[in-house]
Design a protein around this ligand. Structure first.
Ligand SMILES: [Zn+2]
Length: 248
């Protein structure tokens, strides 16, 4: 009953959407990170992004005015990791806050407060446990270009990681996945990466397992061939976690 109600509600939201398929398509064409998707996958992504925008608020901070194209660009990239998982993977929090550019945090006890961030003093993004995702627009506008760096994917993957508590590189597994195999393969790759960084994989990933997972996810969606070269087992594992095969 509840599921049927949910489906009915989703259909109504989609039917009443102000964003036309042509508008979604125009925005998607500007984001090379979506170029691997087949036509039917793109259509599902547009629907998911519509529901995402209905469910979440995207607010400007520091005087930034959020435009409709900005909302669409964020929604499409935020929904790419959950294309085959569903919006429930982003349950339990409400808002995305966007600053005009990099923002600073003088919070030194990061772990204690459950905050995970990208960068050091000047942050390009941040994901709060049970709280908002924070993005810098100057960094977001560069995302989606197939260079293996995508602040939107990075921060939203932290949100997946936080579904079972503080971000630690160990998100809830999909049905049929072996948590022990995830822990073993990811830890081995993380330790290797700390010893010998790989071309095309942001060294920031060596700071902690949560950042390693987020950095690898950026590469998984933008430059998957580099991930497959560096860590083929991890690439395979991530195809099962995200239920997507970017190199197909
Ligand atoms: Zn991070």
């Amino acid at each position: 009953m509840f599921n049927r109600f949910k489906q009915w509600r989703s259909r109504r939201i989609l039917a009443n959407s102000r964003i036309s398929p042509e508008q979604w398509q125009r925005m998607a064409n500007k984001l090379p990170v979506l170029s691997r998707l087949a036509t039917d996958e793109r259509q599902r992504l547009f629907d998911l992004a519509t529901l995402f925008l209905h469910q979440k608020t995207i607010e400007g901070a520091g005087g930034l005015n959020i435009t409709e194209p900005m909302r669409q660009a964020i929604a499409l990239q935020a929904c790419l990791p959950i294309l085959n998982l569903g919006l429930d993977w982003y349950a339990g929090w409400q808002s995305v806050i966007v600053y005009p550019s990099g923002f600073t945090r003088n919070n030194t006890s990061v772990d204690e407060f459950g905050v995970t961030h990208t960068g050091n003093v000047n942050l390009s993004g941040e994901a709060w446990l049970k709280g908002p995702v924070v993005l810098s627009w100057t960094d977001t506008v560069d995302a989606g270009q197939l260079d293996g760096q995508n602040v939107v994917i990075h921060e939203f993957v932290h949100k997946l990681d936080m579904l079972n508590g503080r971000a630690n590189g160990f998100p809830p597994m999909q049905k049929g996945m072996n948590p022990a195999a995830w822990a073993e393969l990811m830890s081995a790759a993380f330790e290797d990466f700390q010893r010998s960084p790989k071309i095309g994989l942001d060294r920031y990933g060596a700071t902690e397992p949560a950042e390693f997972f987020a950095v690898l996810s950026e590469v998984f969606f933008e430059t998957p061939e580099l991930l497959q070269d560096a860590y083929p087992d991890v690439y395979q594992l991530m195809t099962r976690f995200f239920q997507q095969i970017p190199l197909e």
